[in-house]
Design a protein around this ligand. Sequence first.
Ligand code: SF4
Length: 466
Amino acid sequence: MKTAAFATLGCKVNFYETEALIDLFNRAGYAITDFNNPADVYIINTCTVTHLSDRKCRQLIRRARRKSPQAIIAVTGCYAQVFPQELAQIPEVNLMVGTHNRQEFPRLVEEASPGAKLEMVHPYEESPAFERLSYRANRSRTRAFLKVQEGCEQYCNYCIVPLARGPARSAPLEDVLVEARHIAAAGYREVVITGIRLGMYEDKAAGIKLGGLLKEIEKAAPALERIRLSSLEPSDFDEELVHIIASSQKICPHLHIPLQSGNDYILKKMNRPYNTREYRELVQHLRQLMPHLALGTDVMVGFPGETAEHHRRSYEFLKEISFSRLHVFRFSPRPGTAAAEMENPVDPLTREERWHEINALGQQMARRYREKFYGAEVKILVEKANSDGHVNYLEGFTAHYLRARAVYDGPEAFPNRKGREKPEAFREWKGHDGPEAPRDWKGRMALVKIESVREEILEGKFLLEK
Ligand code: SF4
């Protein structure tokens, strides 16, 4: 049997698409192997949001070639869609496939050969259809991704995404519901709804936007305990969506709302369609309805023309809003975007200093947010069972997207040593509504009472009852 190995860079949409590609290759008769193993085919699903993503892609290409000199190395995703000519210069690359027409991928791999290059990258038409890749939820992750939307037409001045992903389009409601049922039937407790510009979701024929879609997913797949939203632009919230998110028992009180800059002059230069007053009002409204809302954001430092004063105001605004998680990026000029041509670039050293300053603020704010959960009882979706030599624990994420550990006195986290007698505590676990060994808790919910807030993680006692 031929083997295929996958690597993914970038956002949640890419992770979703890699899972879909894995399914396609499974069906085409390939066994899937780890990217660090020798394989017949390596598929790298790329991002091109910054030049660092491009560099990581090139590193993965070289790593794959070192592992298997005769393998087919295929590159897909945003980097392949926007810069195929760059990839064509890399001798190790055999196949380039953009961000659409990927149903053809297994066939193209069969046609490719180690000594040649094959390119399947087409520009987008004006109104492309939403491309549904074959997808069968597998249990390799604890949460499933469900892509419902593709593309963006906002053309923020720094962003390469409209070129990489084409115009906005949405999956038909019925297809989304079929997939949501599928995910629930596969045993997932949590689904992450993703899209390039998720807030633009719309099925015109069904008369439904994102808020309505979320309600329909809840109804169609009641076994799902958590519905998480990947990222929503500030301008994509309307009253209906806010109300649906705030009143749902299943939609996680965790939103990622990219800000990019806390200074109005820079927001305007970026072509972002809101200002800081509107952003503040949105957050105030959300927090009135969800007081413990986990709020993450993206911030870019060093956009062309950003002075020390713009930066200071941006810093103050971030502090005022107080986020639970900050993703800080240094501006990276992408060829083909308006910002790449702008005057007054910020020098790399200043960019670096600003990055460190805002990143440090982000860490302080994240810690302050985590501390609010001291003493609370929270559910985690278990990702792993482990032991640090002193204690055994289950670890996973809360609905507010905080990493937390549930420490227990029961059997060892990995009771896979053959012949070991089950400790007494197992019997207790057996009576509980859950699997009997800790390692089987992966993908299930566990209740934990938080007793300490450590670096990056909450920790507490695993509560058997409830
Ligand atoms: S909204 Fe702006 S930043 Fe987001 S994908 Fe569209 S163009 Fe890029």
